[in-house]
Design a protein around this ligand. Structure first.
Ligand SMILES: [Zn+2]
Length: 195
């Protein structure tokens, strides 16, 4: 297999979230997937990945998020090899958001990834109570006119492992958005062409 160790781990991570028990595929939105990657990086699952604040758009708000450029690059490699695929969706805010899923070929290849590499990713994403993979979601709140975008972790299996935006405990997904929004009272972001 001509994939690097981290590319194999990334494929396994995408498989965890987009391959169903019955072997089918489902889409996962790009941003929660990047929160999962961020979480796995902080828990030491990847050898070469790091993250840095990047300007992104979420729920019509421009803000900084701790994205991994290495992971973004490897997502592209996995797409070129047709192991994962991307779907582009447009929201009512004229924001393009992507969703990813593993392909049939990706599912077959993921089966050949060594148990040690799979375990490192599984352990990083494991619920502290039931050990199954935790889920991530992005929520938009408006507080006193200020828009807040937050990342949350939760176990949909046992409902116990919860990480929210308050503390800075190990693996808390909230730190995905450590940097303040570009403008707290920003209006929905419109692409250049529509201004
Ligand atoms: Zn659990």
């Amino acid at each position: 297999m001509d994939l690097s160790s981290d590319q194999q781990k990334l494929l396994h991570l995408v498989a965890i979230y987009t391959r169903t028990k019955s072997g089918k595929q489902r889409w996962m939105k790009e941003l929660p997937l990047h929160v999962a990657i961020f979480h796995a990086i902080r828990r030491g699952a990847f050898n070469t990945y790091d993250f840095a604040p990047s300007l992104i758009t979420s729920h019509g708000v421009r803000l900084y998020a701790n994205m991994s450029q290495e992971a973004l690059h490897d997502m592209k490699v996995l797409r070129e090899k047709e192991l994962i695929e991307k779907l582009k969706l447009s929201t009512h805010l004229y924001e393009d958001i992507g969703a990813y899923r593993i392909t049939r070929a990706g599912i077959e290849l993921a089966k050949t990834i060594g148990p040690k590499r799979r375990k490192e990713v599984n352990d990083a994403l494991a619920c502290s109570a039931c050990s199954r993979p935790v889920m991530f979601r992005i929520v938009k709140d408006v507080e006193e006119g200020n828009v807040k975008i937050r990342a949350f972790r939760g176990c949909s299996h046992c409902n116990k492992d919860r990480g929210d935006n308050i503390g800075s405990a190990d693996g808390d997904p909230s730190e995905f958005f450590t940097i303040h929004p570009v403008d707290f009272k920003t209006l929905p972001y419109l692409p250049e062409a529509t201004r």
